[in-house]
Design a protein around this ligand. Structure first.
Ligand SMILES: *Cc1c(COP(=O)(O)O)cnc(C)c1O
Length: 220
């Protein structure tokens, strides 16, 4: 199946309101161009170096989201390349983004990454601490919180992810109801190739899909 057919296959049974972010780590410019021709308007990159290498060819053609963990010393470059950072999980990283954006007169749209499974080896803020974090980050002028994202724990059976998506959706609604100044809470980014259908059933309006668009990574 071609990239185009894969995207059409995903599109045909999800609502038009759901935004598909193509997860493009390890994928070539040619593959990414095919997604753009098939209507994809946003891609997600995990590694700054890789994103930087692709940036010259992609800028202006597609939104580029940061979906990998971001280190403080990489923020200066990151704020030039990315149109959204989905992985903000501390005041420290947010302050650095804010500072670097000020220099280039940019307001960075950001999602707060939630560690919905409270996994020790995963990035993201624990659900119980998310609201305090958002209140603090909302004070910063050059970063605009647009919602939350989560990487649910991995299970072979994606049905087991449902409780984590449910919890994240509840948190999303709670945050939205607070109407925190300088935030625009509208994006709930959750679900990947094996779990996006369940994530959407539980309220995701943005999904990040790699394998189902491009095939298995490393495969040619
Ligand atoms: C790679 C990746 C995805 C997509 O994973 P697939 O299983 O290939 O669809 C989604 N989100 C993040 C953060 C990723 O790193």
């Amino acid at each position: 199946m071609s990239i185009k057919e894969n995207i059409e296959g995903i599109r045909k049974d999800i609502s038009k309101e759901i935004k598909i972010v193509a997860a493009t780590k390890t994928r070539s410019i040619e593959e990414i161009d095919q997604t753009i021709e098939s209507g994809i308007i946003a891609i997600g990159e995990n590694y700054l170096q890789e994103a930087e290498n692709k940036y010259q060819k992609l800028k202006g053609k597609v939104e580029i989201h940061c979906i990998g963990h971001l280190q403080t010393n990489k923020v200066k470059k990151a704020v030039e390349i990315f149109d959204m950072i989905q992985t903000v999980d501390s005041v420290k990283i947010a302050k650095e983004i804010d500072k670097r954006c000020k220099y280039i007169d940019k307001i960075m749209p950001a999602l707060i990454e939630i560690n919905s499974g409270k996994e020790a080896n995963k990035d993201g803020i624990a659900p119980d601490h998310a609201i305090d974090l958002i209140k603090e980050i909302s004070q910063l002028k050059n970063i605009k919180i647009k919602g939350i994202m989560t990487m649910a724990p991995y299970f072979e059976d994606p049905e087991k992810d449902r409780p984590f998506f449910k919890l994240t959706k509840q948190l999303f609604e709670k945050i939205r109801a607070l109407n925190i100044p300088n935030t625009e809470i509208e994006i709930l980014s959750m679900g990947m190739t094996h779990s996006y259908k369940i994530a959407i059933q539980e309220g995701a309006n943005m999904v990040r899909i790699g394998t189902k668009i491009f095939g298995f990574r490393g495969e040619n």
